[in-house]
Design a protein around this ligand. Sequence first.
Ligand SMILES: NC(=O)c1ccc[n+]([C@@H]2O[C@H](COP(=O)([O-])OP(=O)(O)OC[C@H]3O[C@@H](n4cnc5c(N)ncnc54)[C@H](O)[C@@H]3O)[C@@H](O)[C@H]2O)c1
Length: 371
Amino acid sequence: MAEPIDGTDIGMSTSADSPERPKTAYVTGGASGIGRALTQMLVGASYRVFIADLDIHSASQLADMLNASYPFADPRVHCAKVDVASWESQLDGFKQALAFFNGRLDVAAPVAGIAERQWLKEEGEMLALGLEDEFGEGFMRPDLRTLEVDLQGVLWTVGLAVQQMRRQEMDGEGFRGRIACVSSTCGLYSIPALPVYTAAKQGVVGFVRSYGKLLPGKYEILMNAVCPNIVRTNIEGEEYYAAAERKGLIVPMQNVLDCFDHVLSSKVSGEVFEVGPDGEGGSEEKWVVREGLEYLDKKTERSVTLLEEEKVRRVEVTDEVDEVRNEVEKLERAEMKGLDGEAAQLIAGEQVEDRFVQDAVEDGRKRRRVA
Ligand SMILES: NC(=O)c1ccc[n+]([C@@H]2O[C@H](COP(=O)([O-])OP(=O)(O)OC[C@H]3O[C@@H](n4cnc5c(N)ncnc54)[C@H](O)[C@@H]3O)[C@@H](O)[C@H]2O)c1
């Protein structure tokens, strides 16, 4: 195990050491707080890490410190200035990361986040800013930056990671990659004073519980979420942390890291881990898996099952339709060249029974007529 930096135990139960290549991790928000601690833990376990953060100054400092601290022949940490709320910026940063990783991404950790911002101004503030007139007829566009960073930004990182991972070879454990998102206890409990943060974090939880269940079967990718309670980082001010500390409510960063370690070494997917203050509130565990709600009744359970089955069937049929469409197009091209035997067979519907597939064939026919 490598020496700790900043008092954090950077040992992981699964090391990325391999005779062939180090594992790779893309961490958004890696310049500070939870992302920083995660970056240190991963580098300590021999990962090659790319930090994507708006704060390029802190990210570069951390990268330099880690590269100087570890006796690897090549630099293990690289970074870029990325705004996760901008698709173009994320795409650019992600491509830089892939170049640094020589094209292989093992872990994606969308951690970057911001606290609640005032999404609607009070009437007095609007009047003062000239956003509302004395007749009370003005409207302002709500500030949804928290949602853009904490939810949309996470989904964009996941979208990039999935597109990359699904075309990679499987690793020794049979997976093409792992995604560890960060939500929050606000993803599980609703806080009236933090409505947009709560919406964003619950959005991450819903996304992970749904898409995370689909990913292993579809692409051999695992995705889970870590939901920490109050952790001392730079996301809030000292006054808030001092109050939490007095009440014994601060979650040690080590608990969060242990949870990440578990998530990155287990084979579960679509699970949400709550990280609470050690031993507080009757919880003996540093973290626990949080299940979704119970069904209202049997009919609700059957409705939810039906939604899932119907959706999966439609996705399968759509895939099949796409295949047939491609086939029809290929055959049309062949037919134009005078090779029409097989095309005639297909268009007669001999090889296709499903009515959705028949529709695709009909589409092909129409397009041929138009052409
Ligand atoms: N600290 C807590 O108590 C706590 C609890 C639960 C969840 N979280 C979540 O953990 C995550 C990390 O937060 P933290 O507490 O470590 O905060 P932090 O402020 O210490 O670190 C957040 C990092 O994200 C970066 N960042 C912010 N906006 C960005 C953007 N648009 N693009 C790229 N980078 C951006 C910041 O520059 C910073 O380096 C957040 O998603 C936060 O909501 C924190």
